[in-house]
Design a protein around this ligand. Sequence first.
Ligand code: 13P
Ligand code: 13P
Ligand code: MG
Ligand code: MG
Length: 365
Amino acid sequence: MSKVTLSVIKADVGGFVGHSSVHQNLLAAAKDHLETRGKGLLIDFHVDHVGDDIELIMTHSLGVDNEDIHKLAWDAFLAATAEAKRLKLYGAGQDLLSDSFSGNIKGLGPGVAEMEFEERPSEPVIVFMADKTEPGAWNYPLYKMFADPFNTAGLVIDPKMHKGFDFEVHDLIEHKKVVFHCPEELYDLLVFIGAPGRYCVKSVYSRTLGEIAATSSTQRLNLMAGRYVGKDDPVLIVRCQSGMPAVGEALEPFSKPHIVAGWMRGSHHGPLMPCGAEQAIPTRFDGPPRVMAFGFQLSQGKLIGPQDFFADVAFDRARQIANEMADYFRSMGPFEPHRLGLEELEYTTMPEVLKKLAGRMEPIE
Ligand code: 13P
Ligand code: 13P
Ligand code: MG
Ligand code: MG
């Protein structure tokens, strides 16, 4: 059987209005590009947005890191950028850090999550997409999905999950990676992924099936650009059922909003609010940070869907909790931990302020 590749590539190429959403012309431009230029390359695609980020969800048979697919996505973002410039949308071309494409879209700004696998007799997948946060935002839910038996009943009662999962963790500062075998290395894993600004779960593998179960985008735009250019509103793909978490087990971690970095100017912590596509337009203090979950059944690579999971009333209460958390966080104004810690700001606004004050900094006697 031939393998299918699921590629989710995303970028913010202009906000409508401010950083809240994506203008429909941009979505149309990206769709039109994939429709016309993707012929012969793509099996299927779906274009959507969460907040101000355009999400290209694509299937094909060319494997991960394929130059043609990455170029197709890059050019789709360029087409959307042209429209953003014409409409003078906010931050037009924001995430495109280069003037030219050079073989692989990674490192050029857009976020990339891709996995190649043999399509099972039934292949349910969920594409999670977030705005106003960073790749480390997936650490907590991935831990819950693949390592916490209080979240995922299958870890206890599904013989195909009982052996556990391997977590590939990336150090985004030192550019190193390590694989933790769980459950026996859970405590070691948590030492690292509890610090989501630096250590991110890149992928998760089933130890029983020897297959990829989840993968995320781990680009950090501000680290790549060396200055603040927005957070790296990340994406995550999770395969479900039959030895993987059930769909409901993959969604469950989002029923209790966790605290993520990336709200307002990429410089504040706040709750990650699960929401349906209709509600994925951050407003208050440019947030709170949002996450959407689109389910698809793959059928010979065709994307049957989407199913907009977080539109369900079962997540109303999570939204209510997130709003209450938002009130509480906002009351702290410019104080940590609402505002990010110095180490995080170091990559954003802090150097500019320090430079300005350099001449006035005196030693304490
Ligand atoms: P079904 O019996 O409907 O396949 O559901 C199994 C399951 O995993 C539900 O969580
Ligand atoms: P984006 O990273 O989604 O563009 O948001 C920028 C921001 O911080 C808005 O306050
Ligand atoms: Mg933006
Ligand atoms: Mg964004």
